[in-house]
Design a protein around this ligand. Sequence first.
Ligand code: GDP
Length: 364
Amino acid sequence: MDHPENDDQYKGLKVNKGISDVPTVNPYLKQRVQRRQYTPGEFVEGILKGDISILSQAVTLVESSLHEHQQVAQEIIEKCLPHSGQSVRVGITGVPGAGKSTSIDVFGMHLLEKGHKLAVLAIDPSSERTKGSILGDKTRMEDLSRQKNAFIRPSPSAGSLGGVARKTRETIILCEAAGFDSIFVETVGVGQSETAVHSMVDFFLLIQLAGTGDELQGIKRGIMEMADGIVINKADGDNIDKAKLAASQFRNALHLFPPSDSGWTPQVLTYSGYYNLGVKEIWEMIAAYIAFTKENGFFEYKRNEQAKYWMYESINETLRQTFYHNPAVEKILSSTEQQVLHNEISSFIAAKQMMDAFLEDIRK
Ligand code: GDP
């Protein structure tokens, strides 16, 4: 084939004649990379030994929507449960660009230097639409991703927020059983996913930026109320004063909130993830919170409440799935929806009709 790019006018550009077919991949390679199927017992054994490859494969089962994968996954989780719980779980949120990945990279390196093992997980609400997740992506955390004591896993990408969050919560259990004593759960500070993250972590950290005009604008009150610590990132160079100003505005705003259930007063700090300034202080704050809540019993109380919350979430999710995948419901769902859209029946009647169809079907 003639390559017009090789024309004299495009100096410096040369396209080589290509080859028509890519030679087949080494046939032995496929055999080699094909993974052996482990039994649930072998999975658990591998996880407890801290085998990262086995842990990753188990997480893949947790994330899978295939029924047989879920069965194995649930068995693994159940066996790992007694070995879980011994970690500090931190939720990290902030709008895109706030500096989450830069910060997690330096926060994480700080923890590893202190001898900890860190797992970075994520809940990405956008993943349902984009079918791909950016959060928790290794390429965003360059230093951390090269460390053997760090396990980075992007957000599970399929399913409802509740379903995605449940998978992340189950992954926490597996990571803890594998010896990770620090867990970060990252999410984008824009919507409901914070509530899901809040329901699975001990400390909720909100990353904010200064210099965007009215600092408090656009932050949902609910998110601020959930935060145990607010940290203003990019406090470097010309931005230091603005960051300090933003911090005092946040402190003032926090005074207006009712005292938190934990008895802890949320702190506001400034730092620079990029220049690694003020990072140590953030960890001191988190450590102080953990010590404080362990002392007053709130740590244990919150974990118990979370366990209860997830029991109900799990029931709700199972009911939802069972309902929508029921053949009798599937059969009439879209026609009933059309009737509602055309004002032929009310939404309540429609719901009742579908519930009746469902209940009748499962009684059969
Ligand atoms: P994310 O979308 O929240 O994960 O944000 P990133 O970590 O990708 O950061 C967004 C941009 O802000 C990148 O260009 C970073 O280099 C920059 N950035 C992150 N932290 C800092 C910081 O502490 N100081 C400055 N000046 N820039 C930063």
